[in-house]
Design a protein around this ligand. Structure first.
Ligand SMILES: [Zn+2]
Length: 230
């Protein structure tokens, strides 16, 4: 950074690493940060728990693994079906938002009537319950359609090509990962048990769609050089 004098100080720093503050520590739930490590003659980038250094891993292993998981998952027909079924048109979103707004007004009217003693508490409670359920339904419809815009054209048959097209567009990749997955790095375990990096080091949850994992499809990942900073 110090050597890069051409960079203006006002421009926000470009994201250069894929996963800091995105993957969390599976031990203390703190964020993972990226740092350059020089140890035993090896120099490279390492992700480690920012709070207590509970877990650490060579950055290239995690970057590669996470990206492979993402592209396999986004390629799945089931995920494609889920996302396309959930996404509504702009008109539907606008309608759902307007409807939620109208119902909120109706609920407010009931509240006033209740306060003024114009309706019984039971009648008010019944109306409120029904209206809240409808509002929630419309809001879900409005939100569900708006969220996966970053995934449009990047799922199903287009997932592999989209990954290539993205190249090193780290901000977009981070947005997709943040939207789709909740990932934690687990502790490496006791020394004698240490294996190559793989699925066992991660607590991985998809935020929507089918939960099934695909570690077997990913083949071997990482190498015995795991845990450079652990
Ligand atoms: Zn930690």
């Amino acid at each position: 950074m110090l050597g890069d004098l051409s960079r203006t100080t006002t421009r926000p720093a470009r994201a250069v690493h894929l996963l800091p503050y995105l993957v969390r520590c599976g031990v203390c739930d703190g964020p993972l940060s990226s740092q350059k490590v020089n140890r035993h003659g090896w120099t490279g980038q390492v992700y480690s728990c920012l709070r207590k250094r509970c877990a650490a891993l060579k950055a290239e292993f995690l970057d590669e693994y996470v990206q492979r998981m993402m592209v396999v998952w986004l390629s799945r027909p089931k995920v494609y079906d889920f996302l396309t079924a959930a996404s509504a048109t702009d008109d539907e979103v606008a309608h759902a938002r307007a409807e939620a707004q109208r119902l909120r007004g109706e609920l407010e009217d009931w509240r006033k009537l209740g306060e003024e003693g114009e309706v019984t508490a039971i009648a008010y409670a019944r109306a409120e319950k029904g209206l809240l359920a409808q509002i929630a339904e419309h809001e879900q419809r409005a939100a569900g359609a708006g969220s996966p815009a970053v995934l449009r054209g990047r799922i199903g048959d287009q997932a592999v090509q989209a990954r290539q097209d993205l190249g090193d567009d780290i901000p977009v990749k981070r947005e997709i990962i943040r939207l789709a997955a909740d990932i934690k790095l687990l502790h490496a375990g006791f020394k004698g048990e240490r294996r190559t990096f793989g699925r066992h080091r991660l607590d991985w949850r998809w935020k929507f769609g089918p939960q099934e994992q695909g570690p077997s499809e990913l083949g071997p990942a990482g190498s015995p050089l795991d845990d450079a900073a652990a």
